[in-house]
Design a protein around this ligand. Sequence first.
Ligand code: NAD
Ligand code: IPM
Ligand code: MN
Length: 352
Amino acid sequence: MTDHRIALIPGDGIGTEVLPPARQVLDAVGRRHGFGFSYTSYDDWSCERYLREGAMMPEDGLDQLRDKDAILLGAVGYPGVPDHVSLWGLLIPIRRGFRQYVNLRPIRVFEGIDSPVRGATAGAVDFVVVRENVEGEYSEIGGRLNRGFPEEMAVQEAVFTRAGVTRLLDYAFDLAERRGGRLTSATKSNGIVHTMPFWDELVAERGAAHPRVVWEQEHVDALAAKFVLDPARFDVVVASNLFGDILSDLAAAVAGSVGVAPAANLNPERTHPSMFEPVHGSAPDIAGRGIANPLGAISSAAMMLDHLGHPEAARDVTDAIAAILAGTDLRTPDLGGTASTAEFTDKLLELL
Ligand code: NAD
Ligand code: IPM
Ligand code: MN
């Protein structure tokens, strides 16, 4: 029986409420398929720790994670600690330090879910946002000048490297070849004069190297509208770090709620552990009430199963989710129901 070494980082807010369900689901499918997990929990890597000790994680935090097969994370960030401090103190260093340059965010509308978007029905909407995850608009270059003076200003550089964009595009084009053969690139080269024309050039270059993929580019503003007006037309959507961030919350809403969307922060070369986490955040507005939708975290755990070489187990999880949504009224409040996190999870465990 293989034991996979998994780091669990619940984080803050509902991160701590959706991670235990994901772990229960992993244990259940593992038992069924004959493999197990040895977990290491990093329960205090959180904003509380920051307030107490001045750091979100210990100085050797990345070293503690390095030998794990994968990382499962809830969400980080909570009122009381500025978001850029908490996120640059934990989540972003893991993504960057472990070269998790692909952030894979699949979106599918399940049968039984009422999408707020007309015509967004099960089967019709099934696409994936491939988000650049370590450079782009998320860079440390820049600064605040003239603090406290009327001339105060902030300058923030975006960094797009040929190597960084190319490896991400190759991942996205390869994925399109394995899926429906279509790719849409999110650009803004009409307004952003240096980085986005460069992005477009590289997309054309990698597109030429993947002749079986039919690709197009859309300005990200227009693309956002098309996500709502015609979500069924998309297969693989490739985007920069910031554009992919925004588009993936929008896509999650098309699928019914930001609470249902999973994500995989992948280090495709597998020289470092990859990290799996829901798209959503710590949701302070509903934290502590036991009503968070666990589907984003559970589906992220399913993506982790896939990554660890257990596609059948991953499918069992998504099939069980689909069966509950199609066959029962059980839903958390974000999806219009009254079920608690625990009630939904228990039903899922029953099926598994
Ligand atoms: P959020 O995703 O936490 O919440 C947005 C809205 O969606 C809220 O109304 C919330 O109640 C709802 N929501 C989110 N997840 C839900 C779930 N599972 N079930 C039901 N409803 C859900 O985004 P935010 O408000 O922008 O951020 C809150 C905090 O989380 C901030 O500190 C932010 O920086 C952080 N954050 C962390 C991550 C991460 O760690 N990966 C991701 C996004 C935001
Ligand atoms: C996400 C989050 C993070 C991001 C924030 C919290 C830094 O929104 O994972 O989507 O922008 O990457
Ligand atoms: Mn986001």
